[in-house]
Design a protein around this ligand. Structure first.
Ligand code: G3I
Length: 375
């Protein structure tokens, strides 16, 4: 039984999705000067966002609203690499082919999720032999070259390195790759990606946010971006994941207020990023809701209000290229699998509800695009 069914909210899969009686979010984003709007979708049947591709109602929403697409899990090592010798492209290929047919531009996520807990077990336990540095570099280059080569110019951008800064220390996370290559792992990844995907925008993607608790994370990301520039690495953009709201993303608590002090802090961070000549993208927008009321109208209003204020803030950067949501529909959100609400109700972190109806968050995004004042 799916999660929505388990808690008594049955998605009305048979009900045809009716497009909102106004412009799509992608068209509104383009009118605001962005490349577009989109979302992730995932292919596994499960209670998480990864099951969204198997849901006709979700696919219809993507087709109606989105010009951009990213596969939520299918290009990650644990799915693509069953072992050190093989590649399993089938699940990712289905999503890419569908997105192309629907006329969407497609992102790649991610060539190196640089954290030990996101690597397949075989990689963590891999025998790197008598020349471990050599073997680690060979393995990483082979992965990136093969995956980028498989898709060629069909993907317009790649999250080459994802989440390599440890929010607790502000330093590079330690993995099998840093054990054998040291910090050069990052450089190797970007050089390999540039060689294999010459026209793709190469991104560093992370979940730093505006809270004081995230200050060390922001500092670490700035140091990393500065070091990438010093090394003349071909990195064009910071992916600002944007798992916002009053919850926990990774090890860092968020907050719902996004008050003046928070905006000043975050602006200082983003100003420093763009001063180094990086572009920006919102790559994984959703809103978590710890501590929000059970009342759905009140809750939706709070989540929508934060979304609108956050987007207005981000859209003030002329360097912002696009906005991607991390899922379009509540009942497929990954947040449903990350600890239930205290009252057991379904979380409402996305733009559409389990009946595939647009929510105030969708209206908030549309409004932010319509009124955008680009810097
Ligand atoms: O597919 C298997 C299923 O067969 C199995 O029964 C089930 C048991 O746990 O696991 C399923 O795999 C899960 C997969 O999602 C698909 O549902 C994994 O355990 C689970 O770890 C995985 O979570 C994903 C997570 O990244 C880790 O890859 C989330 O869906 C996905 O939304 C999340 O996305 C990340 C971004 O890539 C990076 N930024 C943060 C964001 C949220 O954590």
């Amino acid at each position: 039984m799916g999660l929505a069914a388990a808690i008594g909210v049955m998605p009305v899969a048979a009900k045809p999705f009716a497009s909102p009686p106004e412009d799509s979010l992608d068209r509104l984003a383009k009118a605001a000067g962005l490349i577009g709007f989109g979302s992730c979708i995932g292919s596994t049947k499960s209670t998480s966002v990864s099951g969204s591709f198997d849901d006709a109602g979700v696919r219809a929403i993507h087709q109606s609203e989105c010009g951009l697409l990213v596969s939520s899990n299918e290009m990650k090592w644990p799915v693509l690499r069953p072992d050190a010798a093989s590649f399993a492209f089938e699940r990712a290929d289905r999503i890419v082919a569908w997105g192309e047919q629907a006329g969407m531009k497609i992102r790649g996520h991610t060539l190196l999720w640089h954290r030990a807990d996101r690597m397949p077990k075989w990689l963590v336990n891999y025998d790197f032999g008598t020349r471990p540095g050599h073997e680690a570099e060979r393995l990483l280059r082979e992965h990136i070259t093969t995956v980028c080569g498989h898709y060629g110019s069909r993907l317009f951008t790649w999250d080459v390195v994802n989440e390599t800064i440890d929010p607790a220390t502000g330093k590079l996370r330690e993995t099998v790759f840093t054990r054998h290559l040291g910090p050069a792992v990052i450089e190797i990844a970007y050089h390999a990606a540039r060689a294999a995907a010459p026209s793709a925008v190469l991104v560093y993607n992370d979940y730093m946010t505006w809270t004081e608790a995230s200050a060390r994370h922001c500092d670490g990301v700035l140091e990393l971006l500065a070091s990438l520039k010093r090394a003349h690495l071909p990195v064009g953009q910071l992916g600002v994941q944007s798992h916002i709201g009053d919850g926990r993303c990774g090890e860092v608590d968020g907050d719902m207020r996004f008050d003046d002090a928070a905006q000043r802090r975050y602006r200082a961070f983003l100003d420093a990023v763009v001063a180094m000549d990086y572009r920006l993208a919102i790559t994984e927008l959703d809103v978590s809701e710890d501590g929000t009321p059970a009342d759905i109208a009140a809750r939706d209003a709070m989540l929508a209000d934060l979304t609108r204020r956050y987007l207005e803030f981000m859209l003030s950067y002329r360097q912002l290229d696009y906005v991607l949501a991390w899922g379009m529909v509540d009942h497929h959100s990954w947040l449903q699998t990350r600890g239930p609400r205290a009252d057991g109700m379904l979380k409402r972190p996305s733009l559409y509800d389990p009946n595939y109806a647009p929510k105030p968050m969708r209206t908030a995004i549309a409004q932010a695009f319509r009124t955008a004042k680009r810097g």
